[in-house]
Design a protein around this ligand. Structure first.
Ligand code: 13P
Ligand code: 13P
Ligand code: MG
Ligand code: MG
Ligand code: MG
Length: 365
């Protein structure tokens, strides 16, 4: 029997501005998931939040893309939106971009990361969620955890990992996918996923037995809505230990606060700062972009945990570095590369500003 881990996220309102989800919204989601647990639709759940994003972490036996599970998530977010509207929260219902639910939340706004597998004797997993950034933020750390032996010693010394991993990469512009095998196609993989707004890692499989290892949300809100409606703050899940990256290997890449897109109005680059769930409150210029990681064991379909992994004081130094980088990037003000390039600004309100003085441009003789 295969268990399914579903992580479905949405921003349906926060306060003040885009800082944090209030407990009332989390309570509302918990109420819905608890009722679903009683009805045996799901086995277990944990409602997490990262900044203004609610992440529903659910275990069940209904497989990926189950319409019951997606409906449960959709209904929970809809109900939380009602609470958000009553509280006059900021961006109430922000990520619910379409009205009609037809069996799957894909393309409607919420982000989805789901995988189905046979539970191991000790099934350790890590759920990641990030705020004020986009799915490309996970490309560098997931590449490193699963393909870089300088990050992950297991690639060198664990016989199950040594044959490498297969990366399912999605071209989110053309809506196509390609499977690439590491280590021999490492350079091809980096040629693609280095373009963090175009080619995204969707799934990772262990080559020795084709077991699913990780899954990431790749949903892009601007591609759905046609304009800026809030960033596509992503979520992801990875299986760890015993032939997969260990807990420490999986979170090691986040000790480098790499530059990501999505800070302030979804239009700026800054460091990705790993924080505890409690510290995922984005204030400084609505950021800097943050990531949380919650570790669980799955036991007969139940979630044991979470353990808040970035709460570790060993990440204090990374946070300090992130703040120095944040300061450095901020000094660029409205200039690139702090502000995103023009291609990425086309979905924001900037084109409307540019429109205003279009008629004042004259030809240069
Ligand atoms: P407003 O334009 O609604 O003030 O929001 C700006 C912002 O925070 C971008 O999401
Ligand atoms: P969210 O995408 O997290 O709603 O943030 C909006 C924003 O750009 C705040 O500056
Ligand atoms: Mg928001
Ligand atoms: Mg957000
Ligand atoms: Mg529980």
């Amino acid at each position: 029997k295969k268990v399914t881990l579903s992580v479905i996220k949405a921003d349906v309102g926060s306060y003040p501005g885009h800082v944090v989800v209030p407990p009332e919204l989390l309570d509302e989601c918990e109420k819905h998931l608890e009722a679903a647990q009683k009805k045996k639709i799901i086995n277990d759940f944990y409602v997490a939040h990262c900044g203004d994003d609610i992440n529903l972490i659910m275990t069940h036996y209904r497989g990926v893309d189950s319409s019951e599970i997606h409906k449960l998530a959709w209904d929970s977010f809809k109900a939380a939106t009602v609470v958000a509207k009553k509280m006059k929260l900021y961006g109430a219902g922000q990520d619910l971009l379409k009205d009609a639910f037809a069996g799957n939340v894909k393309g409607l706004g919420p982000g989805v990361a789901e995988m189905e597998f046979v539970e191991r004797p000790a099934e350790s997993i890590i759920v990641f969620a990030a705020d004020k950034t986009d799915p490309g933020a996970f490309s560098l750390p997931f590449y490193r955890a699963f393909a870089d032996p300088f990050c992950t010693p297991g690639l060198t010394i664990d016989p199950k990992m040594h044959p490498g991993f297969t990366f399912e990469v999605h071209d989110i512009v053309e809506n196509k996918k390609i499977m690439l095998n590491t280590p021999e196609e490492t350079y091809d993989l980096t040629a693609l996923v280095g373009s963090t707004g175009h080619y995204l890692i969707k799934r990772i499989y262990r080559r020795i037995d084709n077991e699913i290892s990780a899954v990431l949300s790749t949903d892009k809100l601007a591609l759905i809505a046609g304009q800026y409606v809030g960033k596509d703050d992503p979520c992801a899940a990875a299986r760890v230990q015993a032939g997969f990256p260990s807990v420490g290997e999986m979170i090691e890449p986040f000790a480098f606060p790499h530059l990501v897109s999505g800070w302030m109005r979804g239009s700026h680059r800054g460091p990705l700062m790993p924080v505890s769930e409690l510290d995922a409150r984005n204030s400084r210029l609505d950021g800097p972009s943050r990531v949380i990681s919650l570790g669980f064991n799955i036991s007969d379909g139940n979630l044991v945990g979470p353990q808040d992994l970035f709460a570790d004081i060993a990440y204090d130094y990374t946070r300090k570095q992130a703040q120095e980088i944040a300061d450095y990037m901020r000094r660029h003000g409205p200039f690139e590369p702090h502000r995103l390039g023009e291609e990425d600004m086309e979905y924001t309100n900037l084109p409307k500003i540019l429109e205003k003085f279009k008629h004042r441009f004259e030809n240069i003789k």
